[in-house]
Design a binder for this molecule. Sequence first.
Ligand code: 5AD
Ligand code: FES
Length: 347
Amino acid sequence: MSELIQKLRENQNLTEEEFKKILSCEEYDEDLRQNADAVRREQYGNQVYLRGLIEFTNYCKNNCYYCGIRRDNRNVSRYRLTQDEILECCREGYALGFRTFVLQGGEDPYFTDQRVCSIVSAIHQEFPDCAITLSMGEKSFESYLAYFQAGAERYLLRHETASPEHYGKLHPAEMSCRNRQECLFHLKKIGYQVGAGIMVGSPYQTLDHIIEDLRFLQKLQPQMIGIGPFLSHQDTPFRNEKNGELKLTLRLLSVLRLMFPKVLLPATTALGTVHPLGREMGLKAGANVIMPNLSPTSVRKKYMLYDNKICTGDESAQCRQCTERRAASIGYEVVTDRGDAKDFRRE
Ligand code: 5AD
Ligand code: FES
């Protein structure tokens, strides 16, 4: 085993120079992958956790340069699911074995705190054995607290990049790196299990930025880290930017597994989009979560964050079976429990 990888596995940390070496050289890849897989096995065996993703609104008041559902994209046909439609997705998901529902959407002012709380309570009441995850952007401390009290236990909010300078190149001036990070600390303080993360290979990203991201994650200590390659969308300012690389994404997944042995690491939809077997490769590189789509088929093509997104023509049941098959093909087992992070104690 290379000394560097051994050191990373033992200390869960490296110097900037050492991180840079691992992230930029192919020669460590095989070693890195094997060790990440071993650590994932120590922590989670061959189990893969499922999260059912419900994309409940594609309205968004933000204008991020990378995102297909940004405010200024006039080519998007906008939709919102009703509370009943969301509950119907949960029912279908529950029957398929999902015990975690992720409600993801743009920052849509229609969904006031009252509406969000009503939806969360209704899900909580009907499915008391399920975890409810929200992923709906930056809100005030009070709003996050209200959702938590209504029954949401987890929140996903990728920090996107920990560098304010890089953040400014991905977002218009009205958004701030600082506010985003503050939101994550608020969520943790309230008691949420938190997910942060980045896009790999986003425009202007350097290895130094990625190392800054690793340092930020060490500070935040999130329960989940979601990463996937940046993929361009034809109707955004980044339409001509090149896509993030599969190889670097896999490398980073392995580094994250070694740095955070117990963290939940999804093999993301973007990873499955950049390569037909991307998610399988992600699992082998250290990931342990898959988030199949539970959104109604009628809206899936409207939630296009990037071009060529997979699973937009499939029924929920198809995605569920497909996930099972893909996991089994590489010797992993999909499990249908809540899949809490190993280091998170429920009070
Ligand atoms: N390519 C890859 N990932 C994207 N996301 C948004 N747009 C893109 C894109 N073009 C990611 C962001 C966001 C998450 C929901 O999806 O990181 O936080
Ligand atoms: Fe959706 Fe494969 S996971 S079709």
